[in-house]
Design a protein around this ligand. Structure first.
Ligand SMILES: [Fe+2]
Length: 193
């Protein structure tokens, strides 16, 4: 399966949005593969990691995000489960689960109920190792409208996650340790507002 062929079914090749999406997918795929290769678990499916990294944000054209030329009707938070629907309909259910389970550090039913999120009431937490690696790597890269890549610091990511609850930042910290990120020791020096 060629991820860019799948993307081009929904995005005009050569459009700014296509370029932003593909660059972001490549950023995430590169980091995710580095992590996968650094782990002792040889059952990790590297081909799947690359494909799913490229496709994880395929639902963004359906949301309302004009700064990225997305003019859909849905709130941004819906891009995950909408992407899942697209990929399921193309016979790619495993890739679809990565779409649904990569938003934030995963969204629980409690999150959906407590914050009355406009999402189907089901657990959207990353479960498989591939889902977790891609969700983790995705947090390091924003989608820049000029298509440039800029890697966020661990500190910045943790500060952003703290806004959604300390448990979210702690979950990310556990991934830092799991994925053997050398910046882990910085976490304890961080101060949150
Ligand atoms: Fe992403």
């Amino acid at each position: 399966m060629n991820a860019e062929d799948v993307i081009s079914k929904y995005y005009d090749t050569g459009s700014r949005l296509y370029d932003v999406l593909v660059q972001h997918g490549k950023d995430v795929a590169g980091m995710a593969i580095d992590i996968a290769n650094s782990l002792p678990d040889h059952s990790i499916d590297n081909d799947f990691i690359v494909e799913a990294s490229m496709l994880h944000d395929i639902g963004i054209f359906l949301v309302d995000l004009p700064e990225l030329d997305c003019h859909g009707n849905h709130p941004y938070i819906c891009h995950g489960h909408l992407g899942r629907e697209l990929l399921e309909n193309m016979g790619l259910p495993k890739h679809g689960l990565v779409c649904e389970r990569h938003v934030g550090i995963g969204i629980t039913i409690d999150d959906i109920k407590t914050h009355q999120l406009p999402l189907p009431p089901r657990d959207m937490s990353p479960i498989t190792i591939e889902e977790q690696i891609i969700c983790y790597a995705d947090k390091f890269f924003s989608k820049n409208k000029n298509g440039s890549s800029r890697k966020k610091s661990v500190q910045k990511i943790l500060q952003e996650l703290e806004k959604y609850g300390h448990d979210k930042a702690l979950q990310f910290q556990s991934w830092i340790e799991m994925f053997n990120n050398t910046e882990v020791s910085d976490y304890n020096k961080l101060k949150f507002n």
